[in-house]
Ligand binder design. Structure first.
Ligand SMILES: Cc1cc2nc3c(=O)[nH]c(=O)nc-3n(C[C@H](O)[C@H](O)[C@H](O)COP(=O)(O)OP(=O)(O)OC[C@H]3O[C@@H](n4cnc5c(N)ncnc54)[C@H](O)[C@@H]3O)c2cc1C
Ligand SMILES: NC(=O)c1ccc[n+]([C@@H]2O[C@H](COP(=O)([O-])OP(=O)(O)OC[C@H]3O[C@@H](n4cnc5c(N)ncnc54)[C@H](O)[C@@H]3O)[C@@H](O)[C@H]2O)c1
Length: 472
């Protein structure tokens, strides 16, 4: 194991320099401990180059164009469609042209040492990078997640697109088949339909099936309106790419979809297969279970943060975990107190009940906390109220024929909100108000004093409270 080239140079080694690893390193370093970070590809991780940034850049221009077309008076000014090369160029710029110089400069400025290469754990507090071993008092794994490739005959040989190819493509396929009705599938179907592809979206269940049911229904209708052929309740059973490059996909219902590319967006799994976790008694390929300081169960020097622990596959939530973990690791190494009670400085309590996320389809789906079904599964006594966003004056002004819906899930025993969902154009920015209400456990009767401005879409808060009824 550790040989003549051993280095016990660091207090903390972070494996993976995605957004999460960078934040673990930064928050720990700011507390004065010596930190190195290992990266096998690009500093900045999936989010910067093949996920959040390029996908949102691909989506934004289509959203903006449709927003103009929804307004009488402005619609008349639209004389053409999207400039596809310009949209792709803007995307490329948001992906930093797949170069990490700026992020490396930031690591240097933060006094975090970058080790390039593929890291594997080889024993307690010890890793190997390309034949050289390094030791630290603590190791934090932030290696992210990788796409799942379903076991469908012919699929692997058909050179399917993963989300990486879809977010970095330099061309727009005339016909695209998207498999998977989750977040990535619906977003990328929206993006490519906006860019001019003839898109078929295949989902074995309802779209966005972990959301309130109306979310997937509204998104499916909207996808249909922009020309996406949405096939719900079926899945590919055989895929074949012929010598000319054309892909033929047979679905379970016996129909054949012909496309130039097939994009697989059927979920992700932890990036722990080639990480050496078996050397410390963990199972490769499994999510790493952690406590709220992100310490791996049963191992007092190993942390797992971000996608790799499977708690919430979202950049902002992983970075939240990273702030807690970075501080907790430093506190333990410095012999300082660790504040691990719920909502303390060193724990990611919000992971359990207040995770916000936005699906950037058109309409957007923005949710924080629990759906009504999830709340009931947890045994909470809840009452839910809905309100049509199109009835709110601010929404009517925002877009002619505005369509959307909002829903609050109220814990009846504590008279606080435990879940909120907004579906509609430009609702993403509404979400943080609900996040604050849930994390702050703001009582419903106090929320009546949080007055939304008129005429904004936020007035839906008042309408939802009125629908619920004022507590007497
Ligand atoms: C298409 C798509 C769109 C998305 N859009 C959003 C969005 O809009 N908002 C949002 O919040 N989330 C979004 N996500 C999710 C988001 O990308 C992830 O939650 C986030 O990237 C997780 O960050 P991470 O640091 O945990 O992992 P990653 O970003 O995956 O970073 C892990 C890093 O570790 C490196 N690494 C892995 N193994 C090793 C090793 N053994 N040695 C050295 N280095 C290693 C990798 O090269 C990588 O750089 C999206 C995901 C996809 C697929
Ligand atoms: N805006 C955002 O925040 C954003 C955007 C994209 C991705 N993400 C993150 O990335 C993660 C992964 O996204 P994702 O969309 O790949 O996963 P997902 O789990 O959200 O959705 C996968 C979908 O594929 C379906 N599916 C699985 N196997 C299938 C098959 N053989 N045939 C047909 N359908 C099949 C599932 O039923 C599910 O609906 C998400 O959990 C999300 O947290 C976030």
């Amino acid at each position: 194991m550790a040989g003549a080239q051993d280095h016990q140079d660091y207090d903390l080694i972070v494996i993976g320099a995605g957004p999460v690893g960078e934040n673990v390193a930064d928050y720990a370093r700011k507390r004065g401990i010596r930190v190195a970070i290992v990266e096998s590809e690009l500093v900045g991780g999936e989010c910067s180059y093949w996920a959040c940034m390029p996908s949102k850049a691909l989506l934004r221009s289509g959203h903006a164009l449709r927003a103009v077309k929804r307004l009488d008076g402005a619609r008349q000014a639209v004389i053409g469609g999207l400039d596809v090369p310009a949209v792709l160029a803007r995307r490329t710029s948001f992906a930093s042209e797949w170069k990490d110089d700026d992020q490396v400069a930031w690591l240097n400025s933060a006094d975090i040492e970058l080790l390039r290469g593929h890291a594997r754990i080889i024993g307690p507090g010890t890793i190997d990078i390309d034949g050289r071993s390094y030791r630290a008092k603590a190791i934090a794994v932030a290696t992210g997640s990788i796409p799942v490739l379903p076991d469908i005959p012919g699929l692997a040989d058909a050179r399917p697109w993963s989300t990486r190819e879809a977010t970095s493509s330099s061309n727009v396929p005339p016909q695209l088949l998207v498999v998977g009705g989750g977040v990535a599938g619906t977003e990328l179907a929206t993006a490519y339909a906006s860019l001019g592809s003839e898109v078929t979206l295949v989902a074995r269940g309802a779209l966005l099936d972990r959301e309130e049911p109306f979310a997937g229904e509204l998104v499916a209708q909207a996808l249909g309106r922009i020309g996406v052929d949405v096939r719900i309740g079926t899945t590919p059973v055989r895929v074949d790419r012929d010598a000319t490059g054309i892909v033929s996909t047979e679905l379970g219902d016996g129909t054949i979809v012909v496309s130039d590319e097939i994009l697989i967006a059927t979920g992700r799994r932890p990036n722990t297969l080639d990480l050496g976790v078996q050397t410390v008694g963990l199972v490769p390929g499994e999510w790493l279970a952690v406590d709220d300081t992100m310490l791996v169960t049963g191992i007092d020097w190993l942390y797992a943060v971000g996608d790799v622990n499977g708690r919430a596959l979202l950049t902002h939530q992983g970075k939240y975990q990273a702030r807690a973990a970075g501080e907790a690791i430093a506190a333990r190494i410095n012999g300082a107190p660790v504040h691990a009670a719920p909502w303390g400085e060193h724990v990611a309590t919000a992971d359990h009940a207040a995770v916000p996320h936005v699906v950037f389809t058109d309409p957007e789906v923005a949710r924080v906390g629990l759906t009504e079904a999830e709340a009931r599964e947890r045994g909470l006594r809840v009452r839910a109220v809905d309100y049509e966003l199109g009835w709110v004056a601010g929404a009517k002004l925002h877009a002619d024929g505005y369509e959307g819906r909002a829903k609050l899930v109220v814990d009846e025993d504590h008279r606080v909100i435990v879940g909120a969902t907004f579906v509609g154009q430009d609702v993403a920015e509404l979400l943080h108000s609900a996040t604050i209400a849930i994390v702050g456990q703001v009582p419903l009767d106090r929320l009546w004093h949080a007055v939304p401005s008129y005429p904004t879409i936020s007035e839906v808060w008042l309408r939802l409270l009125e629908t619920y009824g004022r507590p007497s």
